[in-house]
Design a protein. Structure first.
Length: 628
């Protein structure tokens, strides 16, 4: 009975897949799809618990695509049958992105606080993990200062906090030297032999690293051309009348074979493995007379489709397998019951409330903001310098009745400075964070809503500081009325414009890459700026449709709100150095601009709606990037 339970437990941690297709659209441009390209072509296979498995193949073979498909990291365009406990798996990306400006210890604490409820064993667990991965002496070093191998070990350490059963790693040896790469693979093998399922992609390992793997899965042109242990590679190739030269690495030879002559041998090799449904084992260690044994790679997977779709949905991607017999059905039921009890324990152990996630993320984001001293100094210097220049250009002109056009330039210039600054900063900085958010949400560190709220609120203090600095210097140096309530409204208008512009920048940054965002951002700002300055000299003649269109330009709305703040609220007549000042009475200027009946609350309402609109677009883009 104990042996049966152990077998079921191991099978529940296996990764199995059958008839997997992955298709992507081919586009002539952003709007026109010219066709589809099939990356994976009905591959099958299995990666067993307690083994370190490698997905190999030449460039473009579909290694990362297969890893993304079976892990669930990519779902769009993927079809096939999977048996994977995705709620107890983690995915470690190739680039080893981590929260910036945090030390190793702080990152480990962050991972623990977001994954586990227990607190009394926290320090003991984190110390044990860091010591096992030889990172304990680097506790107080930030992730950016670690070497390539140390960053890879840190990525593994962060996921080991809640001890997932399945690890997916994309190119774990990329960028590492031969010695460090071998150390990394040895570490993964030790972790696998402790009872985990570890699957990684690798391009073309050395002979030493190749033999560290327990199982090899070779792809070429989207087909499986070999599956089995490393020792069986050479005997397998002999089945296709291919002899690996003596003193030649099997890993190098099989890649050369499937790449040679435009891959004409790929169909033959794929047929020998039944496109991944067969796996090959060598009965004896690498001897000349090694006997090769072909066996079913997938012994119980999807011979009959699971019929309890409701259970499949509840178990979050874990489907029981049955061979259609009574024993098969009984085994499937036992496996489901085993998973059910594990699932309840798993949820109790790692389910953290949204409020707790929000508080942890809020604390970390504020800490990162305070530690980014250089960025803070640059932004504060920028706003101070711009405020000083604006103040000098319009010095003590705020009460001059004969300088109407200067007053308009003042309001327009202040708004444009805020808009362009707050839009471009997130466009250039946020796309890098999106990839980190996708990885961490996929690995169940947190859900998107607490992250989104923490990001939005944590950026408020810096926004208030920077905009208060600029608006205060601009207001007092320009000689506007010495009225505290008017100054507060002036600052509030600037802050609202800043929040809308930042929301637009975050929406663009969450949707596009840095390169594309740098094009899209200015392209969208340009018409908004055009609408902002349109028709001030013939405001009363602007059509109703154009007036409605201008309300969608938060730059225009901001300019109008700033003019109402400066010249509205029954402001007294301005000074006049000439015999007659047509705009000496502020009400004449408001009437000329056709805004004397416009309410400042109405403008604030429009800005609030536009701010919500851009924030919603950002949230939708994040969900699309993180969950597809």
């Amino acid at each position: 009975m104990d042996q049966t339970r152990s077998l079921l437990s191991k099978q529940s941690k296996d990764v199995e897949f059958q008839d997997v297709f992955y298709t992507v659209d081919q586009r002539a441009n952003f709007f026109r799809v010219t066709g589809q390209r099939q990356i994976l072509r009905g591959v099958s296979g299995s990666f067993r618990n307690g083994q370190l498995s490698a997905i190999m193949g030449p460039s473009g073979a579909g290694k990362s695509s297969l890893l993304n498909a079976i892990s669930g990291f990519r779902t769009t365009g993927v079809k096939g049958n999977f048996k994977v406990q995705r709620d107890n798996a983690c995915y470690i990306t190739q680039d080893d992105r981590h929260q910036t400006l945090l030390t190793v210890e702080e990152l480990m604490n962050l991972s623990y606080d977001l994954k586990l409820k227990q607190r009394h064993k926290k320090e003991e667990l984190l110390t044990k993990i860091l010591k096992n991965l030889n990172l304990d002496h680097r506790r107080n070093v930030t992730a950016e200062q670690l070497s390539g191998g140390e960053r890879k070990r840190l990525s593994i350490a962060l996921e080991l906090v809640d001890n997932p059963n399945i690890f997916f790693l994309d190119e774990p040896t990329s960028g590492l030297d031969e010695v460090t790469a071998a150390q990394c693979i040895r570490l993964l093998r030790e972790m696998a032999h402790e009872g985990r399922t570890i699957v990684c992609t690798i391009h073309q390992p050395s002979a030493t690293i190749y033999n560290y793997f327990d199982s090899i899965y070779v792809l070429a042109k989207g087909l499986c051309v070999y599956q089995g242990n490393p020792l069986a590679t050479i005997p397998f190739l002999r089945l296709a009348q291919l002899d690996c030269p003596r003193h030649y690495s099997p890993s190098d030879y099989i890649i050369e074979v499937i790449d040679a002559e435009d891959g004409h041998l790929v169909p033959l090799l794929s047929e020998l493995t039944d496109n991944g449904k067969l796996t090959y084992r060598a009965n004896q260690p690498a001897l000349e007379d090694t006997q090769l044994v072909a066996q079913q790679a997938i012994t119980t997977l999807f011979v009959e489709q699971p019929k309890r779709q409701c259970l499949s949905a509840f178990f979050a991607g874990t489907a029981a397998s049955t061979d259609g017999t009574l024993m098969g059905a009984a085994g499937a039921l036992l496996e489901q019951m085993k998973f059910f009890t594990q699932h309840l324990h798993h949820r109790e152990r790692r389910e953290i409330s949204g409020l707790q996630q929000f508080l942890v993320l809020m604390r970390v984001m504020l800490l990162r903001t305070m530690r980014a001293r250089l960025a803070l100094v640059i932004q504060l210097f920028h706003h101070t310098l711009c405020g000083l220049f604006f103040g000098m250009i319009f010095f003590q002109l705020g009460n001059q009745g004969g300088r109407m056009f200067d007053h308009l330039k003042f309001c327009i210039g202040a708004v444009l400075m805020i808009v362009y600054t707050q839009v471009m900063v997130p466009i250039l900085s946020y796309p890098a964070d999106v990839k980190l958010v996708k990885k961490e949400t996929f690995n169940r560190w947190y859900t998107l809503t607490p992250y989104y709220l923490a990001l939005t609120i944590s950026r408020l203090p810096l926004q208030v500081l920077l905009n208060f600095t600029f608006m205060a210097m601009t207001y007092w140096m320009s000689g506007l009325p010495q009225q505290l309530w008017r100054f507060c409204i002036f600052v509030a208008v600037g802050l609202m414009i800043s929040l809308v512009a930042e929301g637009m920048g975050l929406a663009i940054g969450a949707t596009f890459s840095i390169t594309n965002g740098s094009v899209v951002g200015p392209m969208l700002i340009a018409p908004l700026m055009g609408l902002a300055v349109y028709g001030f000299d013939f405001a009363s003649q602007i059509s109703g449709g154009m007036n409605l269109l201008m309300k969608f330009s938060y730059v225009r709305v901001g300019v109008v709100a700033l003019i109402l703040t400066v010249f509205g609220f029954q402001r007294e007549e301005l000074d006049c150095d000439e015999i007659y000042c047509h705009f000496g009475d502020p009400r004449v200027l408001l009437r000329f601009l056709d805004i004397e009946k416009v309410s400042i609350l109405h403008q604030f309402g429009l800005l609030a709606m536009l701010m919500i609109f851009f924030r919603v677009i950002m949230y939708i883009s994040l969900r699309k990037r993180c969950y597809t």
